[in-house]
Design a binder for this molecule. Sequence first.
Ligand SMILES: C[S@@+](CC[C@H](N)C(=O)[O-])C[C@H]1O[C@@H](n2cnc3c(N)ncnc32)[C@H](O)[C@@H]1O
Length: 338
Amino acid sequence: MQYAKVSKDKAEALKRFLLEQALFAKGYPVKASEGCVMFPIKDPDPVLNAFPEVAIENLDVKKRPELDLRAILKQKLTEEQLALLPSGFDTIGTIAILELPKELADKGREIGEAILKLHKNIRTVVAKASKHQGEFRLQQYEVLAGKPTFETMHKENGVRLKLDISKVYFTPRLAGERLRIARQVKPGERVLVMFSGAGPYPCVIARNSKAKEIIGIELNPVAHNYAVVNKNLNKLHNFTPIQGDVREVVPKLNQVFDRILMPLPKTGEHFLDCALRAAKNGTIIHFYDFQPEQEFPKATIAKVKRAIKPKEFEVLNGVVCGSYAPGINRVCLDFRLK
Ligand SMILES: C[S@@+](CC[C@H](N)C(=O)[O-])C[C@H]1O[C@@H](n2cnc3c(N)ncnc32)[C@H](O)[C@@H]1O
């Protein structure tokens, strides 16, 4: 969720503005930290235009418990079961994705049907049935209620993304992060997106920047096919999806890029040598990693140093862009090669 962070003395004015402009993201808590107040927002653009001093941060905050959901399920679940209901869910297109505790495993259909009743934009309710696994980083799901399909059309940052959530890695939680990167792309840049999946980063960059060319490389053939569909769906002429292993494709490309994205946090460091083959002095690399809260950015900087030495680099930014597990964040280190 995107939050607007402002000093306490400006908080009242910002709050009024958010209410007047209907920019508050309802159902999310307001937070306070170190003399600042943080408001959950729907869209950072109008906020930043009106309050340039505001900092936008991505926080992995769950929506407050759905009181209505509890009311609908009151007759079907015990008090103990009601207390275990998840406090929110991810939505990809028309699919709601729940994390159901095992104690509620036999109540999945009732919970799914209650969600369909409450949220008219949802057509299918699924539960996570595994963690992300394998080279393609896929997750298994079980349909709880609604139309039995895993394919949907998701909208974010001005693009439409068609994908099958069981055959392609995708998380809607990185929407703010994708826009953060797109906003840094300068007119005329050549951008390489390694591990591009169904194309969310390339599509969002193509839509929200004046990049000259964006190349996406993805190993999973199903994800690549969706990337081609999404390029065409959004009429993006400067995006070229390529299917294959970045280790094989990058040397064959024999091109250098102004910016390289590496959204493979689990094992990305093993591909930094490959990124260097497509880089020049001045290339900016966005390197994703998983790190315990207290270790970032130090540990990620050390990881990059080890992997690319003796090549030197300048750290531009380090951002937390989501949570991976309790106490472990998904982070991005932006650095420029010297
Ligand atoms: C964490 S997902 C990110 C996908 C996409 N960028 C997104 O944000 O939705 C990592 C992707 O890298 C792909 N991948 C893994 N190893 C690869 C390799 N050696 N070459 C190309 N793609 C690879 C996986 O199939 C997966 O789709």
